[in-house]
Design a protein around this ligand. Sequence first.
Ligand SMILES: Cc1cc2nc3c(=O)[nH]c(=O)nc-3n(C[C@H](O)[C@H](O)[C@H](O)COP(=O)(O)OP(=O)(O)OC[C@H]3O[C@@H](n4cnc5c(N)ncnc54)[C@H](O)[C@@H]3O)c2cc1C
Length: 293
Amino acid sequence: MFPRTFDYFSPKTLAETMDLLDDSTSETKILSGGQSLLPAMKMRNISPKKVVDIGNLKELNFLSKTESMLTIGATITTGTLENDLEIACLMPALQETAAEIADPLVRNLGTVGGNLCYADPVNDMPTTMLSLNAYFLLASNAGKRMVSADEFFLDSFKTALKTNEMLTEIQIPFEEGKVGSAFRKIKKGSGGFTIAGVAAQVSIVEDTSVSACRIALGGVGPCVFRAKKAETELMGKMAEAPVLAEVAALAVEASKPISDLTASENYRRKVLGILVKEAVELAYKRAVMGGYE
Ligand SMILES: Cc1cc2nc3c(=O)[nH]c(=O)nc-3n(C[C@H](O)[C@H](O)[C@H](O)COP(=O)(O)OP(=O)(O)OC[C@H]3O[C@@H](n4cnc5c(N)ncnc54)[C@H](O)[C@@H]3O)c2cc1C
């Protein structure tokens, strides 16, 4: 099918974009990589009157790193993250997530910002950003505000973004000490969407016990969420088999998977337990091996 007719705008600056969004209603949509929006428009699930294409905004196409933070511009593609060797070393979960999204075509067009703002429960970037304690910079003509990943994802396809706001950058703080991260998912076929996904970030102290951790689950609830009881269980311990088994059981208990044509609720629970063990163990091992200290 073809989308319904709409007015197309291609602003060259952030200021111009803000003005276009300012008089916006829910009938205005930002277009970034188009890998989720365009199929939805073609299916006529969404029929915006106005489309604001941010693909030409050079201001949002950047990656930067300081001693304390990695900052990702909203229009950076997932393919760019997949192929960035420094990110693979610093935050392996981020590179692993990017590499697991769809196929090279989708990854080279789809953006990190679009993946987060669409908030499809089977999108992978929300899971990883939640585990990495990311912060999102949201901007409009009314000003800027910073929202944590914990507060950003509200429900299926629902975020804290207001209609005249856009995501401009993602800030990921480097945690102190020895830290490791990992992402694991089960998908349908080689380029398919997530059946269940897990991202973990683990920090350890001198005796290799866990001093901080964040475990995020995707595809097993209406929206991405942290398995907080599982995180508490891991605190102060070493990620050995009995601990991992308990952590996985608590995460599965917190999940609310559905049955659909892709997988049954039971299957999702079973694979989730395995993925939690794998992701937490790998994140822990990476921390023990030195993390990104
Ligand atoms: C065949 C296929 C397989 C896929 N498999 C996976 C997968 O395995 N895992 C996965 O995570 N994803 C998958 N995707 C989704 C893909 O990663 C999308 O690219 C991504 O979800 C959306 O990014 P985009 O840049 O294309 O955004 P768009 O499609 O352009 O926009 C998506 C939504 O976000 C809004 N938006 C975009 N940017 C901003 C911004 N800066 N501020 C505010 N709102 C914004 C748009 O208005 C729109 O509502 C798949 C897509 C396809 C087509």
